[in-house]
Design a protein. Structure first.
Length: 131
């Protein structure tokens, strides 16, 4: 893990409060600024204020379909360049093509180890710029 990694603005979108609380405690220890929201509606509303560089999004939100939310985020000037990660317990056999078509840049399966999260975030800005 590179201690000198760039600090990122990360928006976590998940209807599971326990996941949000755990990640909200964990990510700042890696040097990142974190905003947590529990719905797709809140994600769209706060994205324009927070301008996240990374969005970690649960696929099974209770108030909206995640793929539609990603399309809306991609069409916003505040988040069109964000690195969007499907962060979910949803089976990993969800095809890479489907994730790409929906606008996701990466997939991280819950539960994830700190090293996996740190590695993904360390390379996120670079990876988004070459996609």
């Amino acid at each position: 893990m590179n201690v000198e990694s760039k600090s990122l603005r990360i928006m976590l979108v998940d209807s599971d409060i326990d996941t949000l609380e755990a990640m909200a405690l964990l990510l700042p220890t890696l040097g990142h600024e974190v905003l947590t929201v529990t719905s797709g509606e809140a994600a769209l509303m706060y994205a324009s204020l927070f301008c996240p560089e990374v969005i970690m999004l649960e696929l099974q939100l209770t108030d909206c379909e995640a793929c539609n939310l990603v399309r809306n985020l991609r069409s916003s000037p505040h988040t069109h360049d964000a690195y969007i990660v499907a962060f979910t317990g949803y089976p990993s056999h969800w095809h890479q093509r489907q994730r790409r078509e929906a606008g996701f840049d990466a997939y991280l399966e819950k539960p994830a180890f700190l090293e996996e999260i740190a590695a993904l975030l360390e390379h996120a800005p670079t990876l988004r710029n070459i996609l």
